[in-house]
Design a protein around this ligand. Structure first.
Ligand code: NAP
Length: 324
């Protein structure tokens, strides 16, 4: 047990629930915000599945990214805030502001409440979306120095994450405060599903491939990181003195294409091959290159392999092995 209190926003999310699990496992007192407290039991069930048996170090607060209500109470008395919540959807909305406004305004609400409460550091979950979507990938190694241009023709989610992260750094620039900000930029998050709490990307890619809904390789490759390692890097970034004022690209080594994921499942879980579509491989020179060196060197962060992350998701659907 330690005597520090951490607020995790978005406890009902795939990353949120895994971050709460990791923090409780390390003895932190944890608060989490939910849009509605009626979903509290889903969180308790998921954490029980993760091995937590007592919940006296966990409390719940109602707060919506689109409303001021509840944020000050949630942050008051906290040492750290991990702002994880942000709309993450598979379908493109008709109006991009459906994602941009909650992402940006929610980030500012979390920062304002944290600042008012005298929190030491906020760790913001941004994304590779804010790094890698307006730079020619060929012959480029993506790092924390790269930024997506929000004025480029990009999808609403990518724009929402870029604008939200920029707003957070802008807030810090304009505020005279002892509070610190650190940003984590994860690539596609995979890994095990806790208590049935999955995410849009995981469902789309893994189920899509296994069920044969993805019929062709896509003209891009993507980074993969395990949700347990993303939770871990948030905690490392929260505590490490050198993490203040930094952004960290959170990825395992290498990238994958839909073809690679399909091949991996075929090889390692052959019983699931039946519906997987035949696809053309991605040419070697079209693979994106990205670096996790900063997180490895500064935070001593050592993520699982992309293969382990993908197979953990596959196995979570409890269809990989009928004996599960
Ligand atoms: P998720 O499971 O969809 O979680 C999103 C969380 O945000 C949920 O708790 C959701 O609450 C909450 N949220 C959305 N709109 C809200 C609102 N208006 N008010 C309050 N809460 C709201 O997705 P995730 O994968 O865990 O994503 C967590 C974070 O990681 C996000 O910031 C996302 O952008 C980032 N990220 C994800 C990936 C990935 O591949 N999954 C990659 C890079 C970055 P409800 O349950 O009430 O909807």
């Amino acid at each position: 047990m330690n005597n520090q209190t951490v607020l995790v926003t978005g406890g009902t999310g795939f990353l949120g629930i895994n971050t709460i699990l990791a923090l409780l496992g390390q003895g932190f007192t944890v608060r989490t915000t939910l849009r509605t407290l009626s979903r509290k039991n889903e969180i308790l069930d998921a954490l029980s599945e993760g091995g937590i048996s007592t919940f006296d170090q966990l409390s719940f607060y109602q707060a919506d990214l689109l409303s001021d209500s509840g944020w000050d109470e949630a942050a008051q008395g906290c040492d750290y805030v991990l702002h994880v919540a942000s709309p993450f959807v598979a379908e493109q909305p008709k109006d991009e502001n459906e994602l941009i406004i909650p992402a940006k305004e929610g980030t500012l609400r979390a920062l304002r409440a944290a600042n008012k409460a005298g929190v030491k550091r906020v760790v913001l979950t941004s994304s590779f979306a804010a790094i890698g979507y307006s730079i020619e990938a060929k012959n480029h190694v993506f790092t924390e120095l790269d930024w997506t241009d929000e004025n480029a023709p990009i999808q609403a989610y990518i724009k929402s994450k870029t604008i939200a992260e920029k707003a957070a750094w802008e807030f810090m620039k304009n505020e005279t405060t002892a509070m610190e900000l650190t940003v984590i930029n994860p690539v596609g998050i995979f890994g095990p599903i806790l208590g049935g709490i999955s995410s849009a990307s995981l469902d789309t890619v893994i189920k899509g491939i296994i069920d044969g809904l993805i019929t062709e390789n896509a003209p891009f490759t993507f980074g993969v990181v395990d949700v347990r390692d993303v939770a871990d890097i948030h905690i490392k970034a929260m505590l490490h003195p050198q993490a203040a004022g930094q952004r960290f690209l959170a990825t395992s080594e290498g990238v994958m294409s839909f073809y690679d994921v399909a091949q991996l499942i075929r090889k390692e879980r052959p019983q699931l091959s039946e519906k997987i579509a035949a696809m053309q491989p991605t040419p070697a020179d079209q693979y994106t290159v990205m670096s996790n060196r900063k997180a490895v060197e500064i935070l001593d962060w050592h993520p699982r392999s992309k293969e382990e992350a993908i197979l953990a998701s596959v196995d979570s659907y409890k269809i990989a092995d009928p004996k599960n």
